[in-house]
Structure formats: structure tokens, C-alpha cells
Design a protein around this ligand. Structure first.
Ligand SMILES: CC(C)(COP(=O)(O)OP(=O)(O)OC[C@H]1O[C@@H](n2cnc3c(N)ncnc32)[C@H](O)[C@@H]1OP(=O)(O)O)[C@@H](O)C(=O)NCCC(=O)NCCS
Length: 234
């Protein structure tokens, strides 16, 4: 399995491209799809809330919006690992995401959130990996191709940001080709190392590839080629 990133193939660029180049803070609640000219997906209508739903989204309004769009976001279960592997595999092969063995995914399952459709079928995933007292990375964010551009990625990033705040974090890192998408969620390109030398030295002790990418170490440069290192202040 490939364990590094590289330039995204040209064939994917139109699919993943933003609608315009404007960067800025993403509004907290996505406008419902039908108001923006999107047809509702068959069989994905509103359903009754259960107690588990309260864990899905950060606010009742966001939860209601996500349900209205036909999906919810929940904590990952170990049974989601095969789905995550299947979703991520082509992106790893295209060097868009960092590959992870199943054993690593099982060990990190508590970091993951899963988006699922109205039938409970997983349609997207994303993880929050804590790196330091105030810092975490959004990683392994992916949405099934049939569900792209319907707000699933937005809901996952918002959920992970809420999780980060609940953990007391104040900075979110990501390494991505999806610069416009993350810019809409308040991420900005990193221009300089945002950590002091003492913490840098501590982070150097980590064996995690994501931490090495955050530090922009020479050994991971081939992995990060063409990607942008971005940071969001929470
Ligand atoms: C990045 C990724 C997760 C985004 O997922 P997504 O579900 O398509 O994201 P969203 O639907 O929330 O937003 C995508 C676009 O659709 C638009 N959109 C979302 N909901 C919409 C709606 N209801 N009506 C109209 N447009 C909408 C958004 O404005 C957004 O445009 P932008 O990219 O210019 O900001 C997805 O493209 C993906 O899986 N990429 C491959 C993996 C990857 O690169 N991951 C990031 C690195 S960790």
C-alpha cells in the first residue's frame, strides 16, 4: 500500500475543484440543497430523531440541516474500518490521502466520525488526530463520489472542529489539495512554522507521519508534494 501523497491526477481535478476561488470563513450552517437547485436524493427524506442523533452534529440547527440533506454524522465504530479502507484506497493509490493499515485504523477508530445516509449506509469519514496540547490534524477526510458536493464534507469538518473545541484545542492543521474547500472552513495556508522551538523538539520525537508532515520534515517531502499545509484557529 502506498503511504505517501503526490500530485493529484488531472482527471480528478474537475471533480474536486471548488466552484470559485474565493477563500473565507465557511458559514456555520449550509444552505439546504433544495434551495440551491439540487434535487433530493431518492429515499433520503427527513426521519425521526433518536437520542443517538444528539451526538451527530454540533447544534440543533446543523443537525436539522444535515438530516434535511439526507445524512447524519456519528462516531465511528470498529465495523466501519472496512468502509474506511474501501473509501480511502483509491485516494491513497492516487496519492491524495495517506494510506493506513487496518490495524492503525482500528487503533485510531475513536478519532473518526462517519457520515451515513438515511438508510445507515456510510458515505464519508474524517478523523481528528491530536498532536499537541492546542493542536490537532484533520485527516482521512473523504466522501463517497456519489455524495460529493452535497455538504457531507462540510458536516464532517464542522463536526471535527466541534470535537476539537471540546478537547480544548485551538488550532487545526490539514495537509491537502482541497485548498478552496478548507479555506471556506476558515483554514489558511501556513506561511511559517507556528510553534516554538521547544515544542518543535518534542514533536520531533513522534513517529506519526502526520506530525512529520506538520513539521514539514525533509523525509516526508515526497509525500507532501503539491499539497498545501493549512491551519485554522478555532
Ligand atoms: C474534500 C472532500 C472531502 C469534500 O467533500 P464534499 O462532501 O464534496 O464537500 P461539500 O459538499 O461540503 O463541499 C464541496 C463543494 O460543494 C459545495 N456544496 C456543498 N453543499 C452544497 C449545496 N447544498 N448546494 C450547492 N453546493 C454545495 C460547496 O460549496 C463546496 O464547494 P467548494 O469546494 O468550492 O468549497 C471531497 O472532495 C473528497 O473526498 N476529496 C478527496 C479526499 C481529500 O482530498 N480529502 C482532503 C484531505 S484530508
Amino acid at each position: 500500500m502506498l503511504t505517501h501523497r503526490g500530485r493529484r491526477p488531472k482527471s480528478l481535478r474537475p471533480l474536486l475543484r471548488g466552484r470559485n476561488g474565493r477563500a473565507g470563513r465557511c458559514p456555520p450552517v449550509r444552505e439546504p440543497r433544495r434551495q440551491r437547485g439540487y434535487a433530493r436524493k431518492a429515499g433520503t427524506g427527513r426521519r425521526l430523531l433518536t437520542t443517538n442523533d444528539t451526538d451527530h452534529m454540533s447544534s440543533p440547527t446543523t443537525l436539522d440541516t444535515a438530516l434535511d440533506l439526507g445524512f447524519t454524522v456519528r462516531r465511528a465504530r470498529t465495523s466501519d474500518v472496512p468502509f474506511i479502507q474501501e473509501l480511502v484506497e483509491p485516494l491513497v493509490n492516487q496519492r491524495i490521502l495517506l494510506g493506513k493499515d487496518s490495524v492503525v485504523l482500528y487503533g485510531a477508530i475513536q478519532e473518526f466520525r462517519i457520515a451515513e445516509d438515511a438508510h445507515g449506509t456510510p458515505i464519508g469519514c474524517g478523523a481528528l488526530h491530536v498532536m499537541w496540547q492546542d493542536l490537532a490534524e484533520v485527516r482521512t477526510l473523504a466522501v463517497a463520489s456519489g455524495w460529493m458536493h452535497q455538504g457531507v464534507g462540510h458536516a464532517l469538518v464542522e463536526r471535527l472542529a466541534t470535537d476539537a473545541r471540546a478537547l480544548g484545542l485551538s488550532r487545526l492543521f490539514c495537509l491537502t489539495f482541497e485548498v478552496e474547500f478548507f479555506a471556506r472552513h476558515g483554514f489558511e495556508s501556513m506561511t511559517e512554522e507556528p510553534i516554538d522551538p521547544a515544542i518543535y523538539a518534542e514533536l520531533l520525537r513522534s513517529t506519526d507521519e502526520g506530525v512529520a508532515e506538520f513539521l514539514d520534515l525533509a523525509r516526508v517531502k515526497p509525500n507532501t508534494l503539491g499539497n498545501t499545509r493549512m491551519l485554522k484557529l478555532l
